[in-house]
Write a protein that binds this ligand. Sequence first.
Ligand SMILES: NC(=O)c1ccc[n+]([C@@H]2O[C@H](COP(=O)([O-])OP(=O)(O)OC[C@H]3O[C@@H](n4cnc5c(N)ncnc54)[C@H](O)[C@@H]3O)[C@@H](O)[C@H]2O)c1
Ligand SMILES: O=C(O)C(=O)C[C@]1(C(=O)O)C=C[C@@H](O)C=C1
Length: 295
Amino acid sequence: MTQTPLFDTVCFVGIGLIGSSLARAMRKHGLARRILTLDPSEKARKTALELGVVDAATDNPAAVIPEADLVVVGAPVGATQAVGGAIGPHLAPGTIVTDVGSVKLSVIRDLGPYIPDGVELVPGHPIAGTEHSGPENGFAELFEGRWHILTPVTGGDPKAVDKVAELWRRVGSQVEIMDPHHHDKVLAITSHLPHLIAYTIVGTANDLEGHMQQEVIKFSASGFRDFTRIAASDPVMWRDVFLNNREAVLEVIQRFTEDLTALQRAIRWGEGEVLHKRFTETRAIRRAIIDAKQA
Ligand SMILES: NC(=O)c1ccc[n+]([C@@H]2O[C@H](COP(=O)([O-])OP(=O)(O)OC[C@H]3O[C@@H](n4cnc5c(N)ncnc54)[C@H](O)[C@@H]3O)[C@@H](O)[C@H]2O)c1
Ligand SMILES: O=C(O)C(=O)C[C@]1(C(=O)O)C=C[C@@H](O)C=C1
């Protein structure tokens, strides 16, 4: 359904899976008059143009950034400082800059210094995605029924936060405001650790001797298959997530390792009640998540 445009011109700095999904959703709901992108990848620019996701695409910040009243940074978090240096000098007064990075403290640290007076930074993170990347894999419905976390900066204008929140509501998300430090700790356990575990399991299976490796592929129609989906996620994105949320991730890995060791010990000593108790607790968590989704 087309709505009143919230913005005149939006520029996506990085038109990959997430940027192109938001661009599609903004197009679908009529939330901007013009959609532009700044992306160093010729392939991404060409694909986004051919698919009609954007109206214009360039690798020259001066050609698009001054035009935008909304800038959405959708590049890997490790590129944030380079993005800041490229766009900072071209941002027009009154522009809102938001982002979709999976880590928030590092984005505020790396982008904040490049935001001039009169421009508002509203960092954000959609809790939605897939294991695919690139503009060809985006879709307008990605954010429907999902959370969008905003982590406002100290001294930021609440009106800019409200406007970005409204944008995400209009593409179907529920918005939550969170402290960036807290965000990084929560996501370390709910998103970053699960990805690390998936990368490890699939890597370990891949390192097995020849015949075992073939069996793994042959019989992977079970739990292992779910891990291979997660472990197929973008290597650049996830390298950057781990390097930029180092402290919080290292803390949860420590906790996880201790818990794994406790289960290892229970298996070694045949302590069935320890295993049964743990598995009963975790089954209840799964059911609570499903119930909360249905409510
Ligand atoms: N994929 C997910 O599931 C998911 C979910 C939520 C948030 N995120 C976050 O969204 C961001 C984008 O992820 P994605 O999955 O869309 O990645 P993607 O690989 O699909 O797209 C990233 C795009 O950024 C471009 N880019 C790289 N360096 C750039 C630079 N210096 N300036 C401008 N563009 C640049 C790339 O060319 C590419 O087109 C990341 O920060 C990621 O942490 C991803
Ligand atoms: O569904 C998936 O493929 C995802 O991994 C999405 C997922 C997540 O962990 O939930 C991945 C990274 C994000 O920053 C947000 C969402």
